[in-house]
Design a protein around this ligand. Structure first.
Ligand SMILES: [Zn+2]
Length: 230
């Protein structure tokens, strides 16, 4: 049932939610906002209870902040499984990827799923390798799609009354381009997504530059689904 009010009245999660304008600018795949925002969910064992919170980067990156907070606050039985889901506005840099792998290796009963709106400095070889290492160590990394945006809006944003379904309608094409680029990273292909900024960084352009190796390795239906090639 759609609620008539926003999440405000009597909602215990309110203080953990961010404001709609923040969500709009932080998670827009077309905006290259510097700071990173993270929403996270933690689930223990077979419990259906989900612990949710949001966080932004400080002098440390959000991922490192999460790990430090989690390690300092939690006293848990290592035999109980723990599922963690992150929704990140930027994907982890290589240093965070390394820290995440170390953290997970100390907690064998823990699983981590990462949804990200954008790929952080995706041309950087170390960042690409960092994401591959994460995935190879069992972490699920995916680009946020419409359903994750909608989910985050409902669960992490202090949306105005009656606007439960009014999450920002970002361009699906950008989500698709980032997903394609993540595909290239996983397959160790060169970058195909080019992002350029012009006019004092006011304008951001996204374009596809496909080489032979891309055509040979990426399934045609994935390339065609971007609508940018025929
Ligand atoms: Zn980082």
């Amino acid at each position: 049932m759609t609620s008539e009010k926003g999440p405000s009245t009597g909602d215990a999660t309110l203080r953990r939610r961010i404001e709609p304008w923040e969500f709009e600018v932080f998670f827009d795949p077309g905006e290259l906002r510097k700071e990173t925002c993270m929403f996270y969910e933690i689930k223990w064992g077979t419990s259906h209870k989900i612990w949710r919170n949001s966080s932004k980067n400080t002098t440390n990156h959000v991922e490192v902040n999460f790990i430090e907070k989690f390690t300092a606050e939690r006293h848990f039985c290592p035999s109980i499984s723990c599922s963690i889901t992150w929704f990140l506005s930027w994907s982890p840099c290589w240093e965070c990827s390394k820290a995440i792998r170390e953290f997970l290796s100390q907690h064998p009963n823990m699983t981590l799923v990462i949804y990200t709106a954008r790929l952080f400095q995706h041309m950087d070889q170390q960042n690409r390798q960092g994401l591959r290492d994460l995935i190879n160590s069992g972490v699920t990394v995916q680009i946020m799609t419409v359903s994750e945006y909608c989910y985050c809006w409902r669960n992490f944003v202090n949306y105005p009354p009656k606007e439960e379904t009014h999450w920002p309608k970002y361009q699906p094409l950008l989500m698709m381009l980032y997903a394609l680029e993540l595909h290239c990273i996983i397959l160790s292909l060169p970058p195909c997504l080019k992002i350029s900024r012009r006019c004092q960084k006011q304008l951001t352009f996204f374009s596809l530059t496909l080489q032979n190796c891309h055509y040979q390795t990426i399934p045609p239906h994935i390339l065609l689904s971007t609508g940018l090639i025929r």
